[in-house]
Design a protein around this ligand. Structure first.
Ligand code: GLA
Length: 675
């Protein structure tokens, strides 16, 4: 990512969504642009699924409709995020290149009639994506409406892994580059186990379905290879566009809702991070998952403002039960993304489709039309964002980081782990949720990055930890940092091989312990811990997991009362240099995490914000002022301390402000800024 932040050449906070006028007659286009103006829409994404309309047969282009559309949008002052349509190749492509179809792990060849790219390793697909991306860029590079390029759509879904012959050949090439010799590959994959040793490169294949569990090191490398191949497809299109056009280029990520791509690596390749986020309807506190997605989007981009490329005005159509958003929820969701660093609030999609697989998905213009709650809220949100223009470019500053490492997640998610109850997503959410409730803003970070700016670093799930990354964490602690490590971390190296010296060995000096044995608990069984720290005692509850710890310097903070680890250490703290390493060997419940984290905050010098329950407050720091963004998820009004001007109402704020139940407030404060 370039250091100069190339925000699209447009005013204020971007507002709009995916626009699919190809599904509508011309008279609707005219109505659309008028309604976009009414709603304050200033940016739409077009062309994302239009390949069959733009290239009607191989090498034959029809740009007439897109010319007309871009001119119309430009004439109405609406900027364009121009998509490349490569997530959905046309029927003629698959008919001409049947071997470009994706093969699943169990050998099924994917058919046509849905959407989904061809094989990431198909030479024909690579040629075709460069041809359409180049043609679009050549034609529209200078079009005044185009301010941003949107390559593809959500790499990794619905097509990620491919087990086809061309993918197998490409996997071998990738492995030869990585390992150079078969001996090195055999050693890294531990192929002496179950007699898997390879004597010929041609015998190395993709980890297709097999009689039993396939070599986990091979599967981990295949996950890395898949991510790499998808990224090469992106880079091919990006470079084809860049040969003609100078606008920033992005592709929409899926933060915490897909695990197939490594957002940290992808963020280095785009000019601006953009993300799609959908609430998980079954989660009664979906706003916490939303905050995780937003913080991750900001973090992978190095803290720069980012684009919320898609979210929904109300229900989606692809979950088991698609729950409509309640009045005000869309605005709260939007302002939360903004609070956590987004400078663009966009939706899928502008106008609900009458036909096709997504006809029950909400939109800015629902099937009910403009005489609807959703439309009225869309217009109100556009007006609200217009009042928040000055926030653009301001930054979110966090004192606390949570480690988030996709490669470790890929490894942890493989088969035959000690307990199905151990989940990285669950533990990250649990720790994040504690900080969210305490009003503490969090960045996400990699274990190998410079962490010295953080007072506190939490590793809720760092199953895979290389020796180099462990040394980095140790330096962080020795230099004065506070580190919290949760169980089933620092177990394996980058090849998914257990560390020499046993579990947690690379962090032995940092934490003052190792783990002798895992003690998973039976389904549903709980355990109790006796907490005793800084003169305070309490009984804590955990479940799923205990461990047999061997201490080498760590002090005991909590002891197991019952379970297989009864009377042994459960939670520890180790002084290391100027800092401290905490270790938590069970899955503490929310209350237990509260007690733990209060002690950790005190140790790290981090202060909970003390906002009323259910009120989310995040500060964006501008050059001249701080902006306090408050989102009240509760039903009752809540009081927030602040002094300045509330930007949505224009009213002065003297000392405190009441935020209505379900409402939001954005206060430009008299203090801060310029730091
Ligand atoms: C994804 C896709 C969109 C649309 C939405 C529906 O995010 O990018 O094209 O299918 O889901 O929620």
């Amino acid at each position: 990512m370039s250091s100069q932040y190339p925000w699209p050449a447009m005013r204020g906070i971007a507002y709009g969504g995916d626009y699919t006028p190809e599904q509508w007659p011309r008279e609707t286009w005219l109505e659309d642009v008028a309604l976009m103006r009414e709603a304050g829409v200033n940016l739409v994404s077009v062309g994302i699924f239009s390949w069959a309309l733009l290239e009607t047969s191989e090498g034959v282009f029809d740009f007439a409709w897109l010319d007309e559309l871009l001119d119309l949008l430009h004439d109405h002052g609406i900027a364009v995020d121009l998509g490349t349509p490569t997530a959905s190749p046309p029927a003629w492509f698959f008919a001409g290149h049947p071997d470009a179809r994706v093969v699943t792990r169990d050998g099924t060849v994917m058919g046509f009639g849905a959407r989904g790219m061809a094989s990431h390793s198909s030479a024909a697909y690579r040629v075709a994506i460069v041809r359409i991306a180049s043609a679009l860029a050549e034609r529209y590079a200078e079009h005044p409406a185009v301010v941003l390029w949107h390559v593809h759509n959500e790499y990794g879904v619905p097509v990620g892994e491919d087990y086809s012959d061309q993918s197998a050949a490409a996997f071998r090439t990738w492995l030869r580059e990585k390992y150079a010799t078969l001996d090195a590959l055999n050693a890294a994959w531990g192929t002496t186990f179950w007699g898997q040793r390879y004597g010929e490169w041609d015998h190395v294949g993709v980890p297709a379905a097999a009689p039993s569990v396939v070599n986990p090191s091979q599967r981990l490398d295949f996950a890395r290879f898949t991510d790499h191949q998808l990224r090469q497809c992106f880079i091919a299109e990006r470079d084809a566009i860049r040969a003609h056009a100078s606008q920033p280029i992005t592709t929409n990520f899926m933060a915490n809702q897909s695990w197939t791509t490594d957002m940290w690596a992808w963020a280095r390749e785009v000019d601006i991070v953009s993300d799609d986020h959908y609430l998980w309807a079954a989660d009664p506190e979906g706003e916490i998952g939303l905050a995780i997605a937003a913080d991750l989007s900001r973090s992978v981009g190095g803290g720069k403002p980012w684009i919320l490329m898609e979210h929904s005005t109300s229900a989606v159509n692809w979950q088991p039960r698609n729950i409509a958003k309640r009045p005000g929820e869309m605005a709260r969701n939007s302002v939360t993304h903004l609070a956590r660093g987004a400078d663009a609030i966009l939706f899928f999609q502008w106008r609900a489709s009458r036909f096709g697989a997504e006809k029950f998905h909400s939109a800015m213009i629902p099937h009910a039309g403009t005489e609807s709650r959703v439309w009225r809220e869309v217009v109100a949100l556009g007006a609200a964002l217009d009042r928040l223009d000055e926030i653009r470019g301001s930054r979110v500053v966090a004192d606390v980081a949570i480690l988030w490492d996709f490669e470790s997640f890929w490894a942890q998610d493989l088969e035959w782990r000690p307990s199905v109850d151990v989940s990285h997503a669950e533990r990250i959410r649990a720790y994040y949720e504690r900080l969210w409730r305490d009003g503490i803003t969090v960045d996400f970070a990699l274990p190998g990055q410079d962490l010295s700016a953080y007072k506190l670093v939490i590793a809720p799930a760092q199953y895979m930890l290389s020796a180099a990354d462990a040394a980095n964490l140790d330096r962080y602690v020795a230099g004065g940092g506070t580190l919290v490590v949760s169980f089933f971390s620092a177990i394996v190296d980058e090849n998914d091989a257990v560390h020499p010296g046993g579990f947690v060995a690379p962090l032995r000096d940092t934490l003052g312990l190792v783990v002798e044995e895992f003690l998973p608990l039976r389904e549903g069984s709980q355990c109790r811990l006796r907490w005793s720290h800084d003169g305070a005692t309490a009984t804590l509850a955990g479940d799923a997991w205990q461990e047999d710890l061997v201490l080498s310097g760590a002090e005991i903070v909590a002891t197991y009362v019952d379970g297989p680890g009864a009377a042994k250490a459960a939670v520890t703290r180790h002084r290391r240099g100027d800092g401290a390493g905490w270790y938590v060997s069970t899955r503490l419940d929310a209350e237990g995490l509260g007690i733990l984290m209060s002690a950790v905050y005190a140790d790290a010098g981090v202060a909970p914000a003390g906002h009323p329950d259910g009120v989310e407050v995040v500060v964006r720091r501008g050059e001249h002022a701080d902006y306090v963004v408050a989102i009240n998820h509760g039903d009752d009004a809540a009081t927030i301390a602040a002094t300045g001007v509330e930007l949505l109402s224009g009213q002065p704020v003297e000392g405190s402000i009441d935020v209505a139940g379900g409402g939001v407030a954005v206060i430009r404060t008299d203090e801060g800024g310029g730091r």
